[in-house]
Write a protein that binds this ligand. Structure first.
Ligand code: F0G
Length: 409
């Protein structure tokens, strides 16, 4: 069994009715389980033999009716050992967990398979989100599979083309607003209170976080129960870092791992309210009114899950760091050209952050590190083209092409 619990006043709520925040104090909610019951369910060990996927962990998820599960085959993403890049950056072992492997090309699918299943359990006919792009792409796909209507509210500018086309193709109602993600989120939060026909699936919804926490379980299982020293993760609205830490803590509590990794949150310099709070040792986060970065996925100034993110960082004795747009684009090129992994700019920020923290001595050269690549590179085809040299056109003749190749070194 499970219930919802407020992270501020610890008030408990059953799962019968839809709530997104604490009805007493308005703080964020967490899903809590009866861990003794869970332990006894896990004793059979049958589940451990199943291949990695979100639903391998069905006993850890808050679903009442498994016949309602809406799945496109999410999770089970590959954990790549990146030895060439690891050597170059100066760490003993570098792994990249490639969340771009998910059905719509980002980690959001882990949350949406659970979240849209809850929408069906609650009998809702329509789902809603605000998004910098990936959430809307993912929600649109899962809503389509479930036969639900889907409304996505997105910034009218600076949303990556690949993400936009996904939402449209999956049949969502797209509402571009003249503003950024923070404006869009404020609107859907208000709307979801007023309109009981819409089920909100931004990461404030605690059930979505439950799906996303399977990322941590998969990392632990992929490394045979030995979590790395550090996990690097990009931070935008701060749901995923919260989910990751919850997953590791639950695995530890259930004795499925015997150590916890440090959680390192990476933000872009122009959109770094969490990293700024961590660096100044502040217990609260000061919102940033005009966030700006080439990594549009994390162009967020007022992260809704900031409290859970700070908790993840402090409890794990981790940290947060900022990286410039130039560093992000360089990291994207390095990962693609040295390891064959093409990830979107927000995802590459983790590699840029790792490079910086190795140089600063925060990451030791004998450490094992996992970087979370949250989304596929093709989501945003325009940005890398903008940052690279344009290839010169030549005549359609062998000689001209051979001349253009030149002498290979
Ligand atoms: N990486 C990618 C590729 C993302 O799309 C996002 C968030 C993040 C990292 C940050 O995750 O918000 O949980 O801290 N994208 C959201 C969206 C905001 O609307 O698609 P977070």
């Amino acid at each position: 069994m499970f219930h919802l619990e407020c992270i501020g006043c610890h008030e408990k709520f059953g799962g019968e009715k839809v709530i997104y925040v604490c009805e007493r104090c308005g703080d964020l909610l967490d899903v809590k389980y009866d861990y003794l019951e869970l332990e006894s369910k896990l004793r059979s060990k049958e589940w451990e033999k199943q291949p990695l996927s979100v639903w391998k962990y069905k006993d850890f998820l808050p679903i009442l009716d498994l016949s309602k599960v809406v799945s496109l085959g999410e999770g089970g993403t590959r954990l790549y050992e990146c030895s060439r890049l690891g050597r170059r950056l100066g760490v003993k072992k570098l792994y990249v967990k490639n969340e771009g492997d998910n059905p719509t090309g980002s980690f959001k699918d882990r949350g949406m398979t659970v979240g849209v299943t809850k929408a069906l359990e609650y009998g809702r006919k329509a789902v809603l989100c605000a998004s910098t792009g990936n959430t809307s792409a993912s929600l649109a796909a899962y809503a389509a599979k479930a036969g639900l209507r889907c409304v996505v509210v997105v910034p009218s500018k600076k949303i990556a083309r690949g993400k936009l086309v996904q939402a449209v193709a999956y049949g969502a109602q797209l509402i571009p607003v003249k503003g950024g993600f923070d404006d869009a989120l404020k609107i859907v939060l208000k709307l979801s209170q007023a309109r009981k026909d819409l089920y909100l699936l931004n990461s404030i919804n605690p059930y979505r976080i439950e799906g996303q926490k399977t990322l941590a379980y998969e990392i632990a299982d992929g490394l045979r129960g030995r979590p790395p020293d550090k996990v690097f993760i990009p931070v935008g609205n701060a749901g995923n870092i919260s989910a990751l830490w919850k997953g590791f803590k639950e695995y530890r509590r259930l004795n499925l791992i015997d150590s916890l990794p440090q959680t390192i949150g990476i933000q872009a310099v122009g959109a770094a309210p969490i990293a700024e709070a961590v660096k100044s040792g502040s217990e609260t986060v000061k919102p940033k009114s005009h966030p700006e970065t080439v990594a549009t996925a994390i162009r967020i100034g007022s992260p809704v899950s900031w409290k859970k993110a700070l908790q993840a960082i402090w409890e794990s004795r981790g940290t947060a760091e900022t990286v410039t747009d130039g560093e992000i684009m360089e990291a994207q090129r390095m990962l693609a050209s040295q390891e064959g992994l093409f990830v979107e700019p927000a995802s590459a920020s983790t590699i840029a952050g790792l490079k910086k923290l190795v140089e600063e001595g925060v990451v030791g050269r004998d450490e094992e590190v996992v970087c979370i690549a949250t989304g596929h590179g093709l989501k945003d085809p325009d940005t890398p083209l903008k940052f690279s040299e344009k290839a010169e056109e030549v005549e359609a003749e062998v000689e001209a092409v051979e001349k253009a190749i030149g002498v290979l070194r």
